[in-house]
Design a binder for this molecule. Structure first.
Ligand code: PLP
Ligand code: COI
Length: 359
């Protein structure tokens, strides 16, 4: 595709190759940013207009902009990889679709799928030099917020869509070392009828105190239980969760409106089924989790998402104690599923599903 919808104005003084190389040597996650950004505006009269790729710079927004008061904001997370076939995105149409679902839930205008993908492609092309070699990738963050200056409470009339990019390494400090999770007792993430299935900033704002509690307790991530019975495992702060049982079953909580429909989750389900595992999308309680881990019926557990990829869960802490899973390390099924997924994403495993989108 040509990106006619997005006018390119090159950064007047881009980062030098030497400085860029130094920044990308050990990028961590989400701390350094590429030179450009995409912006596009929406209002009722013009719809989406003024699509541009230009130098990354701060926004000037009115202090009364609705997003600053009522948090009308949604986002996506995806990655660009350097592969033998060129620059690749993984299932970007799924991100486009989820962004549209999030927009609907938050009473925001949808971005046509094609335009969303064009925006991402335009940024990836402009900032291709920022895609790391090797294990790293360029994390892409499309987002949209209400910019209308108005303090009344109703859906805003003006929106800004933006895409930024950040070269990243592993999300967790230990790389693929198994992580430790904290099961939150005091906090829930999303209730039925709420915004749990939307990727809106407010969900994350609400989760931060629980994530901070997890960190304080020496854990990498928080696990949320359902809001109604406070019994069923839902997901982690920024990842979906899977349980590997001793009888060839892979269990994951069902999508019921309170958890994010992860694209990694959907991909893992497919790959696991093809690998001969029986995948059950069914409620799984914290009590079962603990019992199954202690009896050995639960062999492995892992978290998955775009940022984290697939991370084994080695141990679980909660208010009254802790337990470990399997050998507390990265399990065999976890490692196999990850190798398969990462191989497809990076072009070393055959892409039988047409998931890889070469830019
Ligand atoms: N759950 C939450 C709360 C997330 O933030 C994410 C990350 O995007 C996921 C699950 C995994 O979604 P995906 O695999 O589409 O990245
Ligand atoms: C992602 O995986 O893209 C997310 O948004 C999760 C966050 C922890 C970075």
């Amino acid at each position: 595709t040509d990106n006619q919808s997005f006018k390119l104005t090159k950064h007047p003084s881009p980062t030098s190759p030497e400085k860029r190389a130094a920044l990308m040597e050990n990028p961590g996650f989400g701390k350094i940013f590429s030179d450009h950004m995409v912006t596009m505006s929406w209002n009722a009269e013009q719809g989406w207009h003024n699509g541009e790729v230009k130098a990354r710079a701060p926004f000037a927004i009115d202090p009364a902009a609705a997003v600053l008061h009522y948090a009308q904001e949604i986002f996506e997370g995806m990655k660009a990889y350097r592969t033998k076939d060129g620059i690749a995105l993984f299932r970007p149409e799924e991100n486009a679709r989820r962004m549209a679902m999030s927009a609907e839930r938050m009473a925001m205008p949808a971005i046509p799928e094609k335009l969303f993908i064009e925006a991402v492609e335009a940024l990836v092309r402009a900032d291709a030099d920022w895609i790391p070699e090797g294990d790293g990738s360029l994390y892409i963050r499309p987002f949209m917020f209400s910019s209308e200056p108005f303090l009344g409470v109703r859906p805003a009339s003006d929106y800004i869509f933006c895409v930024i990019a950040s070269p990243v390494g592993a999300y967790f400090k230990g790389g693929y070392k198994a992580v430790t999770v904290w099961v939150s007792d005091d906090y829930t993430r999303a209730a039925p009828g709420g915004t749990g299935a939307a990727k809106c900033g407010g969900n994350y704002a609400a989760s931060l105190i629980a994530q901070a509690e997890a960190t304080r307790n020496g854990c990498d991530q928080v696990v949320f239980l359902d809001a109604v019975e406070h019994r069923w495992v839902e997901e982690l702060g920024g990842m979906n969760v899977f349980f590997v049982m001793d009888d060839n079953r892979l269990v994951t909580p069902p999508l019921g409106g309170t958890i994010l429909p992860g694209i990694t989750r959907a991909s893992i389900i497919k790959l696991a089924q093809e690998a001969g595992l029986t995948v059950e999308e069914k409620p799984y309680s914290f009590e079962e989790w603990r019992k199954d881990a202690e009896s050995g019926k639960l062999r492995e557990a892992f978290a998955c998402g775009t940022a984290a990829v697939v991370a084994g869960i080695g141990s679980v802490r909660f208010k009254d104690g802790s337990f470990s899973i399997g050998n507390s390390g990265d399990g065999e099924v976890t490692a196999r599923l990850r190798a398969n997924l990462v191989g497809i994403q990076r072009g070393s495993v055959d892409d039988a599903h047409g998931w890889v989108h070469v830019v």
